[in-house]
Design a protein around this ligand. Structure first.
Ligand SMILES: C[S@@+](CC[C@H](N)C(=O)[O-])C[C@H]1O[C@@H](n2cnc3c(N)ncnc32)[C@H](O)[C@@H]1O
Length: 350
């Protein structure tokens, strides 16, 4: 009896921790409308039935966190994924985030989407046109190290502390594909790795796998490599996911997280083709990203609201063109999808 109860108790404890973490980020998010008002003297337009939407989304948030806790208690990934950062670092970042939210609100008001510091212009010049912008109206877009240092915290504020749990939706899929092994002899490629949040979870879940991380931003890669320095199995490569100078059929898995909604449609397909080229036959292709239109009809309102609040020029097209059909078009097989809160994980086999 006791043995049977243990995983349940573990799951409930983990869920309790995640719920408190989520409440902390939700509280931080509640300050942002005031920051926006101070910056613009304008009240943010909320959807009319905001409280009804909130009541609708809360159970979905809870079920994502419960599933995540269950995955940990079932040893699909280790409890270290929940290890909190130093509370001092967390608290010291808050004023920086508020100052950045103020600057972003000003940029949103002026519809300013291409504002970079002079010192970063060489980095900006060498990237594709679609990338040269202040995604989310964030300071210096993806080009500055300052932006990289607050990015993950900002994403957790945006998603009420569920972003990491959404990222982890892909791990059970990878584990299933590799028969629950530890990644020994396997080489994974993560594209658009950003500051390495998902990379860290994958490195913990597959303690023997080698991982190559790609991103267009050298600043984000720098922060990722500092953050993940204890893992000597990870290497970093600056480049565009749609054309990588890597040998064909090199990797056992290619995956990304929150990358595709920031790409123009044609580039989305090129990225999948490029990933497929790099996969060994039978290799795993997967991504986590925003749900798309009608994946969950009750959340369609949020998909319409998101590109109004944040600079996300490709999002409207992204939600209308199913990732599953792009996977099919690229010739991937055994395509499957699963949803969790605002995210979907789509997987296929080369
Ligand atoms: C929304 S962020 C997601 C970062 C990270 N994967 C996460 O889970 O938070 C998108 C990332 O993709 C990178 N990116 C955008 N377009 C890219 C491309 N064509 N090739 C490689 N990286 C790209 C950006 O620099 C950024 O780090």
């Amino acid at each position: 009896m006791e043995v049977k109860l243990a995983p349940k108790i573990k799951k409930n404890l983990l869920f309790g921790y995640s719920a408190i973490r989520s409440a902390n980020f939700t509280l931080q998010a509640s300050v942002l409308p005031l920051v926006q008002w101070l910056a613009t003297r304008k009240k943010r337009d909320l959807p009319k039935s905001f409280s009804e939407h909130f009541r609708q989304t809360l159970p979905k948030l809870q079920s994502l966190l419960l599933k995540d806790s269950e995955n940990i208690s079932n040893n699909i990934y280790p409890v270290e994924v929940l290890l909190p950062e130093s509370p001092v670092a967390h608290v010291l970042r808050l004023p920086v985030i508020i100052v950045d939210a103020f600057a972003a609100a000003k940029r949103r008001e002026k519809k300013e989407t291409k504002e970079f510091q002079e010192r970063l212009m060489d980095l900006v010049e060498e990237t594709p046109e679609y990338y040269k912008r202040n995604f989310h109206f964030q300071t210096n877009g993806y080009f500055g190290e300052d932006s990289a240092k607050i990015y993950d915290h900002q994403v957790e504020v945006l998603f009420s502390g569920t972003a990491d749990a959404m990222r982890r939706l892909i791990i059970p899929r990878l584990k299933k594909h590799f028969n629950n092994d530890d990644g020994l002899g396997k080489h994974f490629l993560e594209i658009g790795c950003g500051t390495g949040s998902l990379t860290r979870f994958i490195a913990l879940a597959f303690p023997k796998a080698k991982i190559t991380c790609v991103d267009l931003s050298s600043s984000y890669l720098k922060v990722a490599s500092q953050r993940l320095k204890k893992f000597d199995r990870i290497n970093y490569l600056q480049g565009a996911a749609e054309s990588l100078s890597l040998k064909s059929e090199t990797f056992d898995a290619v995956f990304s997280c929150f990358l595709f909604h920031e790409l123009p449609k044609a580039v989305r397909l090129q990225v999948i083709h490029e990933g497929k080229r790099l996969l060994r036959p039978g290799g795993f292709y997967g991504l986590v990203d925003s749900i798309q239109k009608d994946d969950d009809v009750s959340l369609n309102w949020a998909l319409e609201q998101f590109p109004m609040d944040y600079h996300e020029p490709f999002y409207k097209d992204y939600i209308q063109n199913s990732i599953e059909s792009l996977f099919k078009e690229a010739g991937l097989k055994s395509i499957e999808s699963e949803f969790g809160f605002f995210a979907k994980v789509v997987t296929g086999v080369a």
